[in-house]
Design a protein around this ligand. Structure first.
Ligand code: ZN
Length: 562
């Protein structure tokens, strides 16, 4: 057992210095049998900061620690070959002496207890003049944590190999965080409370693992996305959707531009992806752009790409979505939001199949099927003058209107099954379905947010419901009105909340008074409208107005309508 207190005197480092050789002719520097390089501290500092900027501090720290660890593994060869007869501390101290010789840091042992045989180790050292702290401060100023990562990796690597077991160092004080000096403490890994975290720092895989799991997630999402958009996975029980699937198949046989219409949340993108999957382009990219989500100034460069210097801040040339969709399908959502410049350019691109990047002069030709979607009334925009008429007619060759969910209620059971399967998978649950009462409410509801709203409600239901049970109506009550009792209104945040039923009669009366229409005229007009709606059928008219057939006939006669 070796034990050193405060007054440690270093052995001479002449034996180490003697191993440094400069071979100018061959352009090499040697330390014993290792080739070394003289590297500018500032260059190292710049690379270090680039690692931080590129990967974040956590990963940069890991990379630098492993780099220090690797350097120490090479240096320890020397400790084995020289001072072979010296005592253990004089052999161990070769590491700190080399660290100083290599220009990294000056090391002072404060307290060292070690026993190679039993693996016992405790080491406390102070560092002065750490090149790494200096570089960190040069670029970042004072930090709120220790920053001598590369040095710490060296200490850990050196001691671990020397002792033949994992000895990990922590930097408890650091110049980089405003302390007078840096101070490190080393102990066997198992003696640290956060052993797992420390070990992770040196595990080469951690970065790769993270990237790998992200990649897996992307693949999962991508698969899930295309799976739900695969034509055979679209729920088409209702006649309306069967008709739409037929239209999509017809469109898929050609390259025709398709205009998808329908309320928000009806699944225009899913149907567009299905169309993409049905045709010969299915193995080429499907690129979706939400025109409303792009800042107006950037729409053009996003769609058509930009040449370096094309606008202020364009420091690189890059292709736009049109180019990226080459050979495949470009889906332009919320097309009604395009500004007039972008509309003009889009028009020309569709007509000629060619365009230029923003700031560019070269004509670019692409082969793209265009699917445009909007929930705005484009024709109205044309009349207002905010949407080009020629572009409208060019896009409107093959319009497909996706009906709102309330008009395709027969699809609700299929959609419920599809989304519950999806969220069972996502949350690792086993929910059997919805209760009859829940289903009844689903059927009674108006679905202003359409399929997206149904999906959200079911996701929440899957989370709330017990395994091996069904989603009950109290799991979905937030967004759902009871069939006949509560009156629901759309709240500030677009959710449904109980609200006061507007007083229809009050409203009607004040309007009548304002407009100067007398009661008889009003009654007559109401009857007339109802009669029209019922296509002249008196009994249906009576049903609409909530009166009996004879009552209805009497009034119609009295007002000269029958
Ligand atoms: Zn430090």
């Amino acid at each position: 057992m070796s034990h050193y207190g405060k007054k440690f005197t270093y052995p001479s480092n002449q034996d180490l210095k003697a191993m440094i050789r400069f071979e100018e002719d061959s352009g090499s520097i040697w330390l014993g049998q290792q080739r070394m390089i003289l590297l500018h501290a500032s260059a190292f500092g710049s690379m270090r900061s680039e690692l931080i900027e590129s990967f974040g501090e956590k990963y940069a720290r890991g990379i630098l620690m492993r780099m220090g660890y690797a350097a120490a593994q090479s240096d320890i060869q020397l400790a084995k070959n020289i001072r072979a007869q010296a005592d253990v501390m004089d052999r161990f101290i070769i590491g700190p002496q080399l660290h100083a010789l290599e220009g990294m840091v000056s090391v002072e042992p404060v307290k060292v207890e070690m026993d190679v045989e039993t693996g016992r180790f405790y080491g406390e050292f102070t560092w002065e003049n750490s090149f790494e702290a200096a570089e960190h401060m040069r670029l970042y100023g004072i930090s709120d944590h220790a920053v001598c990562w590369n040095l710490l990796g060296y200490a850990t690597g050196y001691t671990t190999v020397f002792m033949g077991k994992p000895i990990y160092f922590k930097e408890v004080e650091c110049v980089g965080k405003g302390d007078k000096q840096c101070r490190i403490i080393g102990k066997p890994l198992e003696d640290w409370e956060d052993a797992d975290e420390l070990k992770d720092l040196f595990s080469l895989e951690s970065m790769a693992k993270k990237l790998h799991s992200l990649e897996e997630e992307v693949q999962f999402l991508r698969k899930e996305m295309t799976a739900s958009a695969r034509p055979e996975n679209i729920i088409a029980e209702s006649a309306q959707i069967k008709e739409i699937m037929y239209l999509l198949h017809k469109a898929a046989e050609t390259n025709v531009t398709v205009l998808m219409l329908g309320e928000t949340g009806v699944g225009k993108e899913i149907f567009s992806q299905a169309l993409h999957q049905m045709g010969t382009r299915k193995n080429a990219p499907f690129i979706a752009v939400n025109c409303a989500a792009l800042p107006r100034e950037l729409v053009e460069s996003e769609l058509f790409g930009v040449e370096k210097g094309g606008y202020t801040g364009a420091d690189k040339s890059r292709p736009g979505r049109f180019e990226r969709a080459n050979g495949g399908t470009l889906f332009l959502d919320e097309l009604g939001e395009l500004n007039t410049r972008a509309q003009a350019k889009l028009l020309r691109a569709i007509q000629t199949g060619e365009f230029e990047r923003v700031g560019g002069t070269e004509k670019i030709k692409v082969d793209v099927r265009l699917i445009a979607a909007t929930n705005a009334n484009l024709l109205e925009r044309v009349r207002e003058g905010t949407f080009r008429a020629d572009l409208y007619y060019l896009l409107n060759v093959f319009p497909i209107t996706i009906p709102p969910l309330r008009e395709r209620r027969t699809d609700i059971p299929g959609l419920i099954k599809k989304f519950i399967t999806k969220y069972n998978q996502k949350y690792g649950k086993h929910i059997l379905g919805v209760t009859d009462d829940t289903l009844r409410r689903f059927f009674a509801y108006q679905w202003p947010g359409n399929i997206r709203e149904l999906e959200n409600i079911l996701e929440r239901g899957v989370i709330l419901a017990e395994n091996n049970a069904r989603i009950e109506s109290n799991h979905i009550c937030m967004g759902m009105p009871a069939p006949a009792d509560d009156y629901m209104v759309i709240g500030k945040h677009g959710n449904l909340e109980p609200g006061a039923k507007p007083d229809v009669l009050d409203d009607l009366l004040s309007r009548m008074v304002q407009s100067g229409v007398d009661f008889e005229t009003l009654e007559k007009q109401i009857l007339e409208k109802a009669l029209n709606k019922a296509e002249g059928n008196v009994l249906e008219t009576a049903r609409l107005l909530g009166i009996s057939g004879p009552q209805c006939r009497y009034r119609l006669k009295k007002l000269g309508l029958a």
